[in-house]
Design a protein around this ligand. Structure first.
Ligand code: NDP
Length: 485
């Protein structure tokens, strides 16, 4: 199979594609058909060294440029990504299986947003002047050095940009390791950045599984690690980074609540539940997979939800009409089917879907369980697939406590037309990203990230700058200095 914008080698190091076939072969599988569409090779120790050395060598000169110069390159890369949106979206669909209907409006576009936003901000990153009588202190906002980005497989272009753009804006260099399931898109991000004028060595992409990620995290040449992944991987990476007292950003998993009160606009609430459970076939970290529905509207909600799910266009992800595609991999398919079986075994009521589809590729039906209880496995563990759990409630205080009764704290949402209740609930949620009468928006201008086990740090917005830079204080004495002897 040939497809547009095919990367020409496994790795991108020091401004060019690099191959090393000594590394273990990783087959790239198109999730819609199960066909192998490319093979890349895992990074050998020589490749890891080359990437880290290139990043180290390039970083100081990049940091010495003005923010305006750095930002101009990032904004040019944003324009180039937008111009290439169609081809990049097709590649994203081959890499992940997500429908072109989604990838054409979400992936390269949100990557470009991040490059534009942080490119625009680069020139504004300054310190402050702190007067101390006639003496004074000034602060310098300085880069961290070499940052490692490690990505999950659901948004490979977006994750590569959400980490790369603020890192580069602040004057850092980056070595990015995509998930081995979706290795292609980040290579195109590297290619575009360098075509836009990024000096070589500043954004490197190397392939590999967890062992390559672990080698990067442990390396003394690395100053910061930003991971998007599951909580178990986050625990390992956080612990390994702690050995070297490295800065970290952890964007981890969730089991987020979505509360729908009986005064909510029903159509909007159903839209929120669909967006928060079935977009990207449910493979979204912030999904509101525990849907608490007020008892008074439970039947009406389930009726409209199932009516609308029946209109999903499931099929060829390249067809612009298709609105629901496959899971990313056979492995993720079987994980999701296992959870569906557990839900049935635990006595949850299956009201929609529940099966693998009889076609090539990794298709699982959009699935809804009703009458789910808080202690069921499908209400406690992240499934990362198109499985919605609907739980009943009738009391506001009680449902908020139930919503917060989880180790996770990534996102949370509420649908209600009661203005004060909406804000009361948002204030009460133990989650980093909350939604009122909407779900899963992630504009680059707003901080995104989790509390509790769902993460450390924030991506996007001005908040990300704090996680890719550090403050140096410089004390200045204007007069003579006294000493005790
Ligand atoms: P994983 O945690 O399995 O993997 C994440 C990345 O870490 C992959 O690149 C993986 O490599 C790598 N990795 C695995 N082990 C190690 C290690 N010991 N040291 C360093 N790197 C390692 O997550 P998935 O790829 O399965 O993605 C799904 C998860 O990501 C879900 O839990 C989801 O909620 C979360 N996620 C969070 C987001 C957020 O912003 N909060 C956004 C998107 C997803 P490889 O897989 O190649 O072996």
């Amino acid at each position: 199979m040939s497809y547009p914008t095919q990367p020409t080698a496994s790795h991108f190091i020091n401004g060019q594609y690099v191959e090393d076939t000594d590394g273990a072969a990783i087959e790239v599988i198109y999730p819609a058909t199960g066909e192998v569409i490319a093979t890349v090779h895992s990074a050998t120790p020589a490749i890891i060294d080359a990437a880290l050395d290139a990043a180290r060598a390039a970083q100081a000169a990049w940091a010495a440029m003005t923010g305006t110069e750095r930002g101009r390159i990032l904004r040019r890369a944003a324009d180039m990504m937008r111009a290439a949106n169609h081809d990049l979206s097709v590649l994203e669909t081959y890499d992940t299986g997500k429908p072109y209907q989604e990838t054409s409006v979400v992936d390269a576009t949100s990557g470009a947003d991040a490059l534009e936003y942080f490119g625009g901000m680069a020139a504004t990153l300054t310190g402050e002047h702190i007067p101390l009588g006639e003496d004074w202190v000034y602060t310098r906002r300085e880069p961290l050095g070499v940052c490692v980005g490690i990505g999950a497989w659901n948004y490979p272009t977006q994750i590569a940009c959400w980490k790369g753009a603020p890192a580069l804006a602040c004057g850092n260099a980056m070595v990015f390791k995509p998930s081995e399931t979706t290795p292609l898109c980040a290579l195109k991000v590297a290619e575009i950045l360098h075509a836009a004028g990024l000096p070589k060595g500043l954004y490197n992409v190397i392939q590999g599984m967890g062992d390559v990620g672990a080698a990067l995290v442990a390396d003394a040449r690395v100053d910061k690690v930003s991971l998007t992944g599951s909580v178990p991987t986050g625990r390992k990476v956080y612990a390994a980074a702690a050995e070297g007292i490295k800065h970290v950003t952890m964007e981890l998993g969730g089991k987020s609540p979505l509360i729908i009160f009986d005064d909510a606009d029903l159509e909007n609430a159903v839209s929120g539940a669909i967006l928060g459970n079935f977009y990207s076939s449910g493979q979204v970290c912030s999904n509101g997979t525990r849907v608490f529905v007020h008892k008074a509207i439970k039947h009406a909600f389930l009726k409209r939800l199932t009516e609308r799910l029946a209109t999903a266009v499931i099929g060829d992800p390249m067809d612009p009409q298709t609105s629901f595609g496959p899971m990313v991999s056979e492995r993720q398919t079987s994980i999701v089917l296992d959870y569906i079986a557990k839900g049935q075994a635990e006595g949850a009521r299956l009201v929609f879907g529940g099966a693998r589809m009889d076609r090539a590729g990794f298709y699982v039906q959009p699935t809804v369980f009703a009458d789910v209880h808080d202690d069921m496995i499908i209400a406690r563990q992240e499934i990362f697939g198109p499985v919605m759990a609907v739980l009943d409630f009738d009391d506001e205080t009680d449902v908020l406590a139930r919503a917060n009764d989880t180790e996770f704290g990534l996102a949370a949402g509420v649908f209600t037309c009661d203005l004060t209740r909406a804000h009361r609930i948002a204030a009460g949620f133990q989650a980093g990203t909350c939604y009122i009468n909407t779900y899963n928006d992630a504009p680059v201008e707003a901080p995104f990230g989790g509390s509790k086990a769902s993460g450390v740090g924030r991506e996007n917005s001005k908040a990300a700058i704090e996680h890719y830079s550090q403050i140096k204080s410089v004390y200045v004495r204007m007069g003579d200095l006294e000493a005790p002897f």
